[in-house]
Structures are given as structure tokens and as C-alpha cells.
Design a protein. Structure first.
Length: 422
């Protein structure tokens, strides 16, 4: 019922946006917001209930590739979404340092490294809205295998996983502490935090550190062979025993750890979360922020810059975000959406003082302000590049016996572009 109510709210917001096409001059003064984040439908609804000036939502699957507007399409005033942090999209936004200068918002409210992520050429172009971080979950019954109380490193995952491994009398694994191949996202994360340095390059392409990526594949290959027998043995175990949801994987006892991001973790039901514990994944005492961090900016050609500034000022107030969380709770969206815009808020006080009231597990493990690391800017289509090129390359490299050549990343990218544009 809650999902239906939310869908109707979002649909109504989209219909409202559609009806505004070809508006009168007076209606064009509305604040036009492009976003891929459906969470902003009820946010805009609350803004409109409490403000004389109104905002309208225009849904874009990936706002970063929808700019500039097509011929005849109304220019947005605000754009909100992931993948806005790149050289191409920067040209479509205006510097927003004036928001700090004129006291619309305060830089002190934000996590510094997240705010810095929106800076280009020493000017603030984008503001962080929300973000997610990686975690390892495990059963409450297996706490003795996990040493630290708050975070866990790759080497600690490997060590605890090895200690948990168990074989039957025939030498077959009956449980494996952690299988790196059980999560595509974990394979990518390992490459990311071990220095693969994926980042945007000229002409919306990307580059990376080849030696570090090769080193990551070697690291994963040794991990798997030394602790879980072989790539094939581990894959067979995953297929046979780990086809359930991540929380059931760990509560079944077949594996010690399962990989999740914070949004996935806190969308589990209270009943599911009561049976598990978690640790944030860290490297060199820094927790990596997911690449898909949600950002917000004002369009360079916005027709209603003043309205855009008013909406941004309202949105980043702590009391506003508390009201948004209360609204989500009243709509029973706890298992479909997490926090602010499906992530931790970019506002420190919201995470430290308000979110734990809705997600009690955070009372004992809220990340500290200086513990995050934001990685390099990515091209606007990075999610598809990662899924179609990077992850398959890592998986095939692990499975390769080195007698058969596999396509390189550049070859895969060339082929992917052909398929995308044909």
C-alpha cells in the first residue's frame, strides 16, 4: 500500500511537470527541477505546500546526459542526480559560491570532502545531496570472528573469512567465510580502493592505472586460490549455496560475510536487521564513498535563478530534512528508500542527530566526519561503463587460465560504443 501511495505521488509530480510544458510567462516562473531521484517527488510536494512559489519535477533517467535540453524543451533551473561531476556537465552549470556569500546556506554544515567534490577551477558548481558507503554484514551469531567494532579492511575480511571456512570429510567446502566473486560490486570496490584510479578523460571517455588494476586482479586471484580453493571452486560454492538474498546468506551460516551498500542495508526490514551486524569497509582508515553520489546544481541558463536559490536554501536546512524524513516515515517508505534521497545526507547534523532516530543501528556506528574518501570524477555514463566493461573484464580476468586472451578494456569500450550507437 505504501509503495502504491509513493508511486501515485511520483506519477502526480510527473504529470504536473508535463502539464507545465508551454506554460504562460507567469507559470514559467515556477522552479523547474530535473532529477533521476524519485525521492524528490514528495520533497517538492512539501516545498509547494509551504511556499508561495511552486516547483515542478521533470524526470530524467540520467540528467547528466540529458543536458543541454533538446530543442523546444524548457531549461531546468535545478538539476539533481548522480554523474554530474565531470568536465562535460560542468559547462551547463553556473558557479554557486553566491549561495554561501549571501548566507543561503553554510559550508560548515556539509562534510568538507563531499563539498569539495563539487568544486571546479576553485569555484563551487555543485552541492552534495546524499551518498552511500560500502559495508560487510554478518550474522549476530558470528560476532566472535570480527575484531573491530566499527570498520573492516580487505585484509581483515580475508583473515576472518579464512578462519570461518570449513570442509567436510571429502574435502568439499560446507561454508566459506567470504567469496569475492559473490558480489560484482565488491570486485569493483576492491579495484577502486587498491588504486585502479578510474577517472574521466577527454571527450567523455575514461582512463585508469593499468598496473594497479592488474595488481588488483592478482590480489583477488591469490585471495580466492589461497582461501577458497580456486576460482571455479568458489564459483561452484556461490552457485550452490549463495543464491539467496544477502541477509539470508549470512544467517544461513553458509558464509560469514556478504557485501552491501548503506542504502541496501537500511532498506532491510527491522526483523532482517535484528539478525545481522555490520562494519563499514575502510582502506587506510578512510571509507570510500560510492561513485553515484547525488549532486545538485543551478543550470547556467536557468530562467528562475532566485527561485532555485530559495529551493536550495530550504532543502539544506536541518529542520527541512527532518521534516522530509518524517514525511517518508509517515508514508511507510522505510523499506523502499533510505535516509535523504536514498542515502546519508550531505549535512553532518542530519546523520549524527536525526537519522539514528529512524535507523537505530546507526546509534552505535555512525561514520565520523573525517572518515570519508571521495574518488576521482567519472564520465556521465559511468554506471553503464562499469557494468558492461569494467566488471566483466575483472571477472573474466579472474576466470582466465592465461592460455586464452580476453578482450582488453579499450576493445570492450570500442565494441560497447558501437552497440550503443547502432
Amino acid at each position: 500500500m505504501a509503495k502504491k501511495a509513493f508511486s501515485l505521488t511520483f506519477a502526480a509530480a510527473l504529470l504536473f511537470a508535463a502539464l507545465c510544458t508551454g506554460c504562460s510567462a507567469k507559470q514559467e516562473r515556477r522552479i523547474v527541477i530535473w532529477t533521476s531521484s524519485s525521492e524528490f517527488a514528495p520533497y517538492i510536494e512539501l516545498f509547494n505546500e509551504t511556499h508561495r512559489q511552486k516547483a515542478v519535477l521533470v524526470y530524467k533517467e540520467n540528467p547528466a546526459v540529458s543536458m543541454p535540453p533538446e530543442n523546444g524543451e524548457q531549461e531546468p533551473d535545478i538539476v539533481i542526480g548522480p554523474w554530474l561531476r565531470n568536465a562535460r556537465t560542468k559547462h551547463f552549470f553556473k558557479p554557486i559560491d553566491f549561495l554561501f556569500d549571501r548566507k543561503y546556506i553554510s559550508s560548515k554544515d556539509f562534510y568538507p570532502m563531499l563539498l569539495e567534490a563539487g568544486v571546479f577551477s576553485r569555484q563551487q558548481y555543485l552541492l552534495p545531496v546524499s551518498f552511500n558507503i560500502p559495508a560487510m554484514i554478518f550474522s549476530q551469531e558470528n560476532k566472535e570472528f570480527v575484531e573491530d567494532n566499527y570498520t573492516i579492511s580487505l585484509d581483515q575480511i580475508k583473515k576472518a573469512g579464512t578462519a570461518y571456512n570449513k570442509k567436510d570429510k571429502n574435502g568439499s567446502f560446507t561454508r566459506i567465510g567470504f567469496a569475492p566473486q559473490s558480489s560484482d560490486k565488491f570486485l569493483y570496490l576492491t579495484a577502486k580502493i587498491r588504486g585502479a584510479d578510474f577517472r574521466e578523460a577527454k571527450n567523455a571517455t575514461f582512463t585508469w592505472n593499468e598496473s594497479s588494476l592488474a595488481g588488483t586482479i592478482d590480489y583477488l586471484s591469490k585471495w580466492i586460490s589461497e582461501t577458497n580453493g580456486s576460482v571455479r571452486t568458489e564459483n561452484d560454492f556461490v552457485y550452490k549455496y549463495l543464491s539467496e538474498t544477502d541477509d539470508k546468506r549470512v544467517t544461513s551460516g553458509r558464509t560469514l560475510f556478504a557485501y552491501m551498500t548503506s542504502d541496501q542495508l537500511f532498506k532491510l526490514s527491522e526483523s532482517q536487521r535484528s539478525k545481522i551486524d555490520f562494519r563499514w569497509i575502510q582502506n587506510d582508515k578512510k571509507i570510500p564513498v560510492e561513485d553515484s553520489m547525488i549532486m545538485m546544481g543551478i543550470s547556467r541558463n536557468a530562467a528562475n535563478k532566485a527561485g532555485a536559490a530559495d529551493f536550495i536554501s530550504w532543502f539544506f536546512k536541518t529542520e527541512t530534512q527532518q521534516a522530509l524524513l518524517e514525511r517518508s516515515a509517515s508514508m511507510h517508505l522505510g523499506t523502499t528508500k533510505f535516509g535523504i534521497a536514498d542515502g546519508f545526507s550531505a549535512i553532518k547534523e542530519v546523520n549524527e542527530s536525526i537519522l539514528p532516530g529512524y535507523y537505530t543501528a546507526l546509534l552505535s556506528n555512525i561514520p565520523q566526519p573525517g572518515s570519508f574518501k571521495v574518488y576521482e570524477k567519472k564520465p556521465a555514463r559511468w554506471e553503464k561503463i562499469k557494468q558492461n566493461i569494467i566488471i566483466p573484464y575483472i571477472k573474466e580476468s579472474l576466470a582466465s587460465d592465461q592460455t586464452k586472451r580476453i578482450p582488453s578494456i579499450n576493445e570492450r569500450y570500442t565494441e560497447w560504443k558501437k552497440q550503443r550507437f547502432n
